[in-house]
Design a protein around this ligand. Sequence first.
Ligand code: ADP
Ligand code: NI
Length: 211
Amino acid sequence: MIIEKAKEYVKRVFESDHSGHDYFHTIRVYKMATHIAMEEQADLYLVQLAALLHDVDDIKLSKETYHNKDNARSFLKENHIEDLVIEKIIMIIEDISYRGSDSVVPRSLEGMCVQDADRLDAIGAIGIARAFAYGGNHNRVMHDPTCPPTMDMNAEEYHNHVSTTINHFYEKLFKLRGLMNTDTAKKIALQRDRYMKEYISVFMDEWDGVR
Ligand code: ADP
Ligand code: NI
């Protein structure tokens, strides 16, 4: 079955990546997107395939295929998915990614479900872990009180910006709650956002030797 094949395919693609864009991220997005799609009565088949393939042409992993989404296209084509369906899935993948103030609202309900699921994976307990994993991977310092966050960056500024991991919470993660498309994701984001705020507050207290 195509979903099982897609799972095997992404497992192979992400085998060597430990930067937080790994196979398990994709599987979490797939599960969360499925949950959201069922609640929102979206087309499960499109949502599940787009969720599984959403990062196989990520610009950081695969610069050459990013523009035309060649990896996702080849996989779907090889598995005899209709052209019309392939275009719908590619459209969902194109709309997903976070580009600061240049991010887009997906053109379909299915795109909204997948974008919400991808963004939910960047917040909450897993989101905190991913942020520090990313920071370590990029040799970033955790926190520097003399280096304040930069707000309201566009895609280019966001892409080129070098900052601390704590700043990433202010520059991106705390904004995601307000950017959810579906009511289902808004509810989950609220809980995860509260948890992150609590975490940052404890972090700052410990930093200042208060507790
Ligand atoms: P997406 O899955 O939306 O494409 P990214 O590729 O931007 O997300 O980031 C992957 C993970 O790394 C996310 O959890 C994100 O919060 C985290 N991350 C990205 N940039 C930074 C950063 N500058 N500092 C800390 N974490 C980051
Ligand atoms: Ni992702």
